[in-house]
Design a protein around this ligand. Structure first.
Ligand SMILES: Cc1cc2nc3c(=O)[nH]c(=O)nc-3n(C[C@H](O)[C@H](O)[C@H](O)COP(=O)(O)OP(=O)(O)OC[C@H]3O[C@@H](n4cnc5c(N)ncnc54)[C@H](O)[C@@H]3O)c2cc1C
Length: 417
């Protein structure tokens, strides 16, 4: 069934009786050509592009919970292409272009809203760094406008411009940056993959990876054994645990990232805004809630909930940047498990085991990567060679030290990226 405005009107007239479930609920088969572990954004998009781009006919996605129960449904929905380093910048640029055609491609409203993103700076040194980043973005073919203090004031009049510690000097505006509705992205890819014959199997936890003579042969799951010629691991915060099932040790630490939303308010924040002196960012959802977040919790954890010290830190940053937020009531907070690499950049690569591939290390920025990551990972699995947009996301950079992409310039400490 294609979705359209005409369909919505038609269903309205006939009592909404014609809608069908957006995807099937198949039982797992005993055998697939390709199995993807993880029904998050990256796993679902990988399965979709395997079918769409490479004509794969026998593909399953195994998800331990329900589709979209992980970080894809927990993030703060920011989509941008403002990276600086070669490797990252062309990849995220490609991803943003894919976002721009995604709703038509999937026939699904993911509410992609290019409302513009402004990164604030608060010193001369930061201005130089953002000017350099803006130039790199422009060289990449993306958009960047350096705003002075008055330029920022025009867009964001509610900020505290004269905070004694962190006065606002200006900002880097990325007009094509914005947001998208996170769980709709999971649902859109799920529906589109299902329509191309992919089996989406929920409540199916992978508990073991079978390897014989250096080659993957199948999986053990809570719904039985499944044979597979190729397996892709795409489990975000659980990457180390699942890779360990095949005897692999990954350069990943898992940390919790929290987010917060206030009660619904009239429109006040038109952009995505990020504070340059603390890790704080904010936007307003279409329902009116102010959605914001900050740093990851500094200690490793697999708990999908955050802790109070970081909640306090984020609130302090919010009050420093825009004291007006003190009038809003926080409705709820939540957490997701981040797969942090030591250089803050992702991994899309083969493992040392034939037929076993891995896509992980998205840190706290993998939502915007969903289209390009699935596209590149599908290419790697289908063709056994990396796609050019992701060829620098190699696993061995952490053993050789060559090709590290430390975007934040913070060194080899997972929790600082
Ligand atoms: C609070 C927060 C804010 C964020 N904000 C942004 C943002 O604004 N912009 C941005 O770009 N990124 C953001 N991110 C990061 C982004 O959400 C993640 O990088 C991205 O969603 C990770 O990829 P995924 O969607 O595939 O992960 P997930 O949705 O977590 O998918 C992994 C799936 O694997 C499943 N799984 C795990 N183990 C097994 C197993 N053994 N068997 C079967 N299935 C298994 C899990 O249940 C899960 O559904 C944020 C994250 C959080 C938590």
């Amino acid at each position: 069934m294609r979705y359209s405005g005409a369909r919505v009107i038609l269903e309205g007239l006939r009592g909404q009786r014609g809608w069908r479930p957006a995807w099937r609920e198949p039982a797992p088969k005993s055998d697939y050509d390709i199995v993807i572990i993880g029904g998050g954004g990256h796993g679902l998009s990988t399965a979709y592009y395997l079918a769409r781009e490479h004509g794969a006919k026998s593909v399953a996605v195994l998800e331990r919970g329900w589709l979209g129960s992980g970080n894809i449904g927990r993030n703060t929905t920011i989509v941008r292409a403002n990276y600086y380093l070669p490797g990252n910048s062309e990849f995220y640029s490609h991803s943003l272009k894919m976002w721009e055609g995604l709703e038509r491609e999937l026939n699904y409203n993911v509410m992609h809203s290019q409302r513009g993103l402004i990164n604030l700076f608060h010193s001369d040194g930061q201005r130089d760094a953002f000017a350099r980043r803006g130039n790199a973005m422009a060289n990449q073919g993306d958009d960047a406008i350096l705003l002075d203090r008055d330029g920022v004031r025009k867009h964001l009049p509610y900020l505290d411009f004269d905070n004694p510690r962190f006065p606002v000097y200006g900002g880097l505006l990325h007009p094509r940056g914005g947001t998208a509705r996170h769980d709709a992205v999971a649902w859109g890819y799920a529906r589109a993959a299902d329509r191309r014959g992919v089996d989406l199997i929920q409540n199916c936890e992978v508990t073991g990876i079978d390897v014989q003579n250096g080659r993957v042969t199948g999986l053990q799951t809570t719904r039985g054994s499944i044979r597979a010629k190729k397996v892709g691991i795409v489990v975000a915060g659980r990457s180390s645990q699942v890779a360990a099932m095949a005897g692999l040790r990954l350069p990943i630490e898992s940390h919790v990232l929290q987010a917060f939303v206030t009660e619904g308010l009239k429109p006040v924040i038109n952009h995505v805004v990020s504070f340059g002196m603390g890790h704080f960012y904010i936007s307003q959802s279409d329902k009116g809630g102010l959605v914001f977040g900050g740093d990851i919790d500094f200690y490793p954890s697999y708990a999908q909930r955050g802790n109070l010290p970081m909640a306090e830190h984020v609130m302090e940053a919010a009050m420093t940047l825009m004291p007006v937020i003190g009038q809003a009531r926080v409705l709820r907070s939540w957490g997701g498990i981040m797969d942090m690499t030591p250089d803050g950049s992702p991994i899309i690569d083969k493992t040392g085991i034939d037929g076993l591939y891995i896509d992980c290390g998205w840190n706290y920025g993998g939502f915007k990567a969903v289209p390009a990551s699935g596209f590149a990972f599908a290419h790697l699995i289908a063709q056994d060679r990396p796609h050019r947009i992701a060829e620098r996301f190699r696993l061995d950079r952490f053993t050789t030290g060559r090709g590290l992409m430390d975007e934040e310039g913070t060194g080899a400490q997972h929790n600082l990226h």
